[in-house]
Design a protein around this ligand. Structure first.
Ligand code: CTP
Length: 408
């Protein structure tokens, strides 16, 4: 992946501006150096402080700002950018671009820069369908501006149809997808993610704190590596990455059934789910009432999905995760051998800094040939490293493996 591609994100005044921080984060995760310019109207929807926090740099807002000009001035910024993406791009801003206006900082930068330019339009359905907008976009396309989206769906104004901004994940993929090495081109990757829910009765169950973020980040990275991805997910509050086939399940037994239905032609299987090891002996059909002082809950073992896949006749390359609170590497190594899998990622889930629900993670990869410590990355960055290693081992290139280049 090419690092440090210099991207200027322009945010204009539409409700979709609430998605801009997510876009900045995703571009940065993929190795881009991101700076943000906001129009005055954009600041009505989202604060510059939020975008400063996610980009790690002050947000540029004014054309004639002496403080900003003494730092990175507008001409310098125009020269710095290799790519300018305006997301959201309102109908008004698009019209201003067509007219070649230079009446605020962002419009001036677009005019003054030789960078590649992309817009992600976001507007009400009628505005999108209006001939004026369509012609404006044609004019921009003729000038080489890339138009990403818009997507169809529910809009803030209550209407449904085309006009909403494409999801940040999709925009990032369109802008930087080509920069990702296609290490898993044509491979089928099946993943499990999230917790499972083992019902005690219709309102209660046994579950755990897994957020699903690691499995979803791995699914996204596998897709970026060119794989066809099937994501079997327990109950989580996450949107599946675009282009990934998602199968929602509740219990461990449902998860195993879904995995067995899809793993037949898989090249890689990655078990990230925090599968409940036990389930209640019976799940009551109606809510259990509190009658007695004491109540005993009988539990039985759930199937081990990862072990089942690894024991198949012609198994895919299997990767497990070891969620541990202590003796992390030791426990991970014994799981690697015991479950007869090809690789395991040892994760510290203990303490406040642990992996569950966190956006950052530290981990060590164990495989039969050795151990590779990975430096603390966000979950997408960690996913990229994990998949690079998995892809090498899967192709039998273990000799080329070295420690994480980012590890200090
Ligand atoms: N796993 C699985 N099915 C299970 C339990 C675990 O597929 N029933 C997978 C997980 O997705 C993970 C790996 O096995 O990739 C290790 O999970 P973990 O919970 O750390 O280990 P367990 O095997 O459950 O062992 P223990 O709970 O005793 O540490």
């Amino acid at each position: 992946m090419r690092k440090n591609r210099r991207i200027l994100v322009g945010v204009t005044g539409g409700i979709a501006a609430y998605k801009s921080p997510d876009l900045v984060r995703r571009l940065a995760e993929r190795g881009a150096d991101v700076r943000v310019v906001m129009t005055e109207a954009a600041c009505e929807f989202i604060t510059p402080l939020t975008l400063q926090a996610v980009s790690g740099h002050p947000v540029h807002r004014h054309l004639l700002d002496t403080d900003a000009e003494s730092g990175m001035g507008h001409i310098e910024l125009a020269r710095w950018a290799e790519l300018i993406v305006i997301a959201p791009a309102t109908a008004n801003f698009i019209a201003r671009m067509v007219g070649g206006k230079a009446d605020d900082l962002l419009a001036t930068l677009v005019l003054a820069s030789g960078a590649e330019i992309a817009v992600a339009p976001a507007m009400n359905l009628q505005m999108w369908q209006n001939e004026a907008t369509r012609k404006n976009l044609d004019r921009l396309r003729e000038r080489g501006v890339r138009v990403i989206g818009p997507a169809e769906g529910g809009q803030a104004c209550g209407e449904t149809g085309p006009g909403r901004m494409s999801e940040p994940d999709q925009i990032a993929q369109e802008l930087l997808g080509d920069a990702t090495p296609k290490l898993l081109a044509d491979a089928h990757v099946v993943l499990t993610a999230g917790p499972t829910w083992e019902a005690i009765d219709p309102v209660r169950g046994i579950t755990n704190h897994s957020s699903g973020k690691m499995g979803f980040a791995l699914a996204e990275a596998a897709r970026d590596f060119g794989a066809r991805v099937t994501l079997v997910s327990g109950p989580v509050h996450l949107e599946a990455p675009a282009g990934v086939t998602r199968i929602d399940v509740i219990s461990a037994r449902d998860m195993l059934e879904a995995v067995e239905a899809h793993v037949g032609d898989a090249d890689l299987f990655i078990g990230v789910a925090a599968v409940s090891d036990y389930r209640p002996v019976r799940s009551e059909g109606s809510k259990i009432k509190k009658n007695d002082e004491k109540m005993e809950l009988g539990l039985v073992r759930n199937p081990d999905i990862l072990r089942t896949v690894a024991a198949m006749d012609n198994p895919p390359f299997t990767v497990g995760f070891a969620a541990e609170t202590d003796r992390i590497d030791e426990n991970a190594k014994s799981k690697l051998e015991d479950k007869r899998i090809d690789m395991i990622v040892a994760n510290d889930v203990g303490g406040e800094d642990g992996a569950f629900g966190n956006d950052h993670n530290r981990a060590t990869v164990h495989h039969p040939g050795g151990a590779i410590p990975l430096e603390r990355h966000d979950k997408y960055g960690l996913s990229v490293r994990i998949l690079e290693i998995a892809a090498s081992l899967w192709r039998g290139e273990s000799a080329g493996l070295t420690a994480d280049p980012d590890a200090s």
